[in-house]
Design a protein around this ligand. Structure first.
Ligand code: G3I
Length: 462
C-alpha cells in the first residue's frame, strides 16, 4: 500500500514535469534522524531502555547519559522479591519508587522486573514449600503489581523458569515444586492486580531458535494462548557471549513467538566485546518484527555491567559512546518509519484508573449485572478471577455473592472489599471499579486455601 501510494504520487509529479531527484527521495525517505537512542527508537514506534541501579542516581555522569539517551527503564535489582518483600508481608518499595519516579517524572516508561523468580528470594521465602509458598508468591505478585498499578509498561511476571540444556523443560525450583501451574497462576494474579500492563515471560538462552530451551518456552506460550492464560509478551534477555552467541536465526525466533499473538521485547541486551556489527544486527532484527516493542540494554557504561570484564555495553567507563553505540543509532535511523503504529496486545484496562472521572454517574440503584468466574485450582489452594458485567444500563456499584464449599477459605482479595471468608462470601466494588458502563465489564479476584469446586457467583447492583 505504501509503495503504491508513493508510486502514484511520483507518477503524478513526473507527469507535471516537476519530479526532481530530491523530491523523489522525499517520498520514501525516513523522517529526520533522531540523535539519541530513545528518540530514534520512538521514530520507529519502539523504545530504547536500560537497566538502572538506584544507588547510581546520585552519579551525575550516569544520570546525564540516562536522561539524554533512554526512554524505558528497568530496575536492575530494586523490584526483585528480596528487595520488595524482605520480610513476609512487610513490603519495602523505597528504592524501586526512587527509580520509577526518576523515570516517569522525565517521561520515561518502566519495565517491572520481576514478580516471580527462583533467584533473589528473601531468606524467609527460600525455606518455604508447598501451599504456603504458593500462597506467598501469589500474594507477592498481587501486592507488588497492585502497588505499582498503572505505572508499569510491562511486567516480567515470571523470570527464568526453564532449564538450560536439552530437556526443554522447567527448571527445578521451590516454585516449580508447588505445581506446574505456578506460572499461569502468577500471570492470572498479575492481570487481576494491574490489568493495564503487558504481562511478559522473561528468560535467557531462548534467543537461538534451534535450542531446546527456546522451544520449551515457545510451547508454553502457545499453550497459554490457546487456553486464555493472560500472557502478552515474551522478554528475550539476550545476554550474548561465546557460550551463548548471537545467531542469525534470532529474527526467526522473535517472529515465531510474535506469530503466536504475543509482543516480543529484548530485555537485558549485552554482547561480549560489544561488536558493532552484532549490535546492529540485533536492532535490525527488532525493527524487522512488527511486534518487537523495543530494546533494553543491561546497564549504561561498561563499568555498570554485571559483566564489566566483558565490556559489553554501548558506553565506555568514562561515559563515551563506543562504536557499538554509533551502529545502534544508525540502525535505528535507517529504513522508513512505520506507516501504522506497531500492534499491541495490551488489554484495555477493565477498570478505569482511580484518577479518571467516570463518563457518566448514574444514580444509585440503577442497572443490573451478571458475574462469571474462572478458578485456577491446585492441590490445597486456588485463585479465582471474577468478571462483573453491567447489563443494559450502567452500574453505580455492585456486590457479588459466592457460596464457597465447606473447607474453602478466602485468604485475600484484590479490586474488591470482601466480607466473610468462607461459606456465603460477599465482594463489594472498591472506589475505582464501581461504575461500569452498560455492557462493559470489570474484574476482581481472590485467592484461598482448600478446594473451590464449581463456583456460581451472583451479582446485584448496589
Ligand atoms: O548491594 C550488595 C552490597 O551491599 C554487598 O556488599 C555486595 C556483596 O556481594 O552485594 C551487593 O548486592 C549485589 C547486587 O547485585 C547489587 O550489586 C548482589 O550480591 C548480586 O548478586 C546482585 O547481582 C545482580 C544479579 O542479577 C543477581 O541475580 C546483578 O546486579 C543484576 O545485574 C543481575 O541481573 C540479572 C537479571 O535480574 C535477570 N537476568 C540475568 C541478569 C544478570 O545476572
Amino acid at each position: 500500500m505504501r509503495w503504491r501510494a508513493a508510486s502514484r504520487a511520483a507518477v503524478a509529479l513526473a507527469g507535471a514535469g516537476t519530479l526532481a531527484a530530491g523530491m523523489a527521495l522525499v517520498l520514501t525517505a525516513p523522517a529526520a534522524a533522531g540523535t539519541t537512542l530513545g528518540a530514534s527508537a520512538a521514530e520507529k514506534g519502539r523504545y530504547f531502555g536500560t537497566a538502572v541501579a538506584g544507588f547510581k542516581l546520585s552519579d551525575s555522569a550516569y544520570t546525564t547519559i540516562l536522561n539524554r539517551e533512554f526512554n524505558m527503564v528497568t530496575a536492575e535489582n530494586e523490584m526483585k522479591i528480596d528487595a520488595t518483600e524482605p520480610q513476609q508481608n512487610r513490603f519495602s518499595y523505597g528504592s524501586a519508587e526512587q527509580i520509577v519516579n526518576h523515570a516517569r517524572s522525565r517521561g520515561m516508561q518502566v519495565r517491572g522486573h520481576t514478580l516471580a523468580w527462583h533467584a533473589q528470594q528473601p531468606s524467609w521465602m527460600q525455606g518455604m514449600s508447598g501451599t504456603a509458598l504458593r500462597q506467598a508468591i501469589l500474594n507477592h505478585v498481587t501486592q507488588v503489581a497492585t502497588h505499582f498499578r498503572g505505572q508499569i509498561y510491562s511486567w516480567d511476571v515470571v523470570n527464568e523458569a526453564f532449564a538450560d540444556g536439552n530437556s526443554g523443560g522447567r527448571r527445578d525450583s521451590n516454585l516449580q515444586r508447588t505445581g506446574n501451574d505456578w506460572i499461569e497462576a502468577a500471570f492470572r494474579a498479575a492481570r487481576a492486580a494491574d490489568p493495564g500492563a503487558k504481562l511478559c515471560y522473561n528468560d535467557y538462552n531462548i534467543d537461538n531458535w534451534t535450542w531446546a530451551k527456546t522451544q520449551g518456552v515457545y510451547n508454553m506460550v502457545r499453550d497459554f494462548k490457546s487456553r486464555g492464560v493472560p500472557i502478552d509478551c515474551v522478554g528475550f534477555q539476550s545476554h550474548f557471549n561465546s557460550d551463548s552467541p548471537y545467531v542469525s536465526n534470532y529474527r526467526t525466533t522473535l517472529s515465531s513467538f510474535a506469530a503466536l499473538g504475543v509482543d516480543v521485547q529484548i530485555t537485558e541486551l549485552d554482547i561480549e566485546g560489544a561488536p558493532a556489527n552484532t549490535y546492529r544486527s540485533v536492532v535490525e532484527d527488532c525493527l524487522a518484527v512488527a511486534r518487537c516493542n523495543g530494546i533494553t540494554v543491561w546497564g549504561i557504561r561498561d563499568s555498570d555491567s554485571w559483566r564489566s570484564y566483558q565490556s559489553p555495553l554501548l558506553f565506555n567507563n568514562s561515559g563515551q559512546k563506543k562504536p557499538a553505540y554509533d551502529a545502534v543509532l544508525a540502525a535505528l535511523n535507517s529504513g522508513t518509519n512505520p506507516t501504522t503504529p506497531p500492534p499491541t496486545t495490551t488489554p484495555p484496562p477493565t477498570t478505569p484508573p482511580p484518577s479518571d472521572p467516570p463518563p457518566t454517574t448514574p444514580p444509585p440503584g440503577q442497572g443490573d449485572c451478571s458475574a462469571s468466574v474462572t478458578v485456577n485450582q491446585w492441590n490445597g489452594g486456588f485463585v479465582a478471577n471474577v468478571r462483573v458485567t453491567a447489563g443494559s444500563s450502567a452500574l453505580n456499584g455492585w456486590t457479588v455473592t459466592i457460596d464457597l464449599p465447606s473447607g474453602a477459605t478466602v485468604t485475600n482479595a484484590w479490586s474488591a472489599d470482601r466480607s466473610g471468608n468462607s461459606g456465603t462470601t460477599n465482594f463489594r466494588n472498591v472506589s475505582y471499579n464501581g461504575q461500569v458502563a452498560a455492557g462493559q465489564s470489570t474484574e476482581f479476584g481472590f485467592q484461598g486455601t482448600g478446594t473451590a469446586g464449581t463456583l456460581t457467583p451472583t451479582c446485584a447492583p448496589a
